[in-house]
Ligand binder design. Structure first.
Ligand SMILES: [Zn+2]
Ligand SMILES: [Zn+2]
Length: 97
C-alpha cells in the first residue's frame, strides 16, 4: 500500500488529457480537467504546487518557478553562446587553416 501522498503527474502520452502519478506503486490516473487546481508535486523542484493550465500543457507538469527558471536558463545559455562566438576568433581559425 502506498501512503497517501500528493501525486507527481506525468501525461500518459503526449497530447493526451490523461495524467497519471509517476510513483510506480500508485495507480492514480485522472484527467486534466479533474486535476486542474489540485495540489501536486512539481517534476522540477519536487515541491508542492497548484496544477495550472500552463503546467498541464507539459508531459511533466512543473510549477511556475520551474517553468520560468527553465526559460531563463535557456535564454542565458543562448546569450552565453552569442558572447562566445567572437568573429575575430573564427577569422584567425580560418587563417590557420
Ligand atoms: Zn500517486
Ligand atoms: Zn518546481
Amino acid at each position: 500500500m502506498v501512503q497517501k501522498h500528493l501525486h507527481m503527474y506525468k501525461q500518459v502520452r503526449s497530447g493526451s488529457s490523461q495524467f497519471k502519478c509517476i510513483d510506480p506503486e500508485c495507480t492514480h490516473l485522472s484527467t486534466k480537467s479533474l486535476i486542474k487546481g489540485n495540489l501536486a508535486i512539481c517534476n522540477g523542484c519536487a515541491k508542492e504546487f497548484v496544477l495550472t493550465t500552463e503546467a498541464l500543457r507539459r508531459v511533466y507538469p512543473k510549477c511556475n518557478n520551474c517553468i520560468k527558471g527553465n526559460t531563463d536558463s535557456i535564454e542565458s545559455i543562448e546569450e552565453e553562446i552569442q558572447k562566445n562566438v567572437d568573429t575575430s576568433a573564427i577569422e584567425s581559425l580560418v587563417k590557420e587553416l
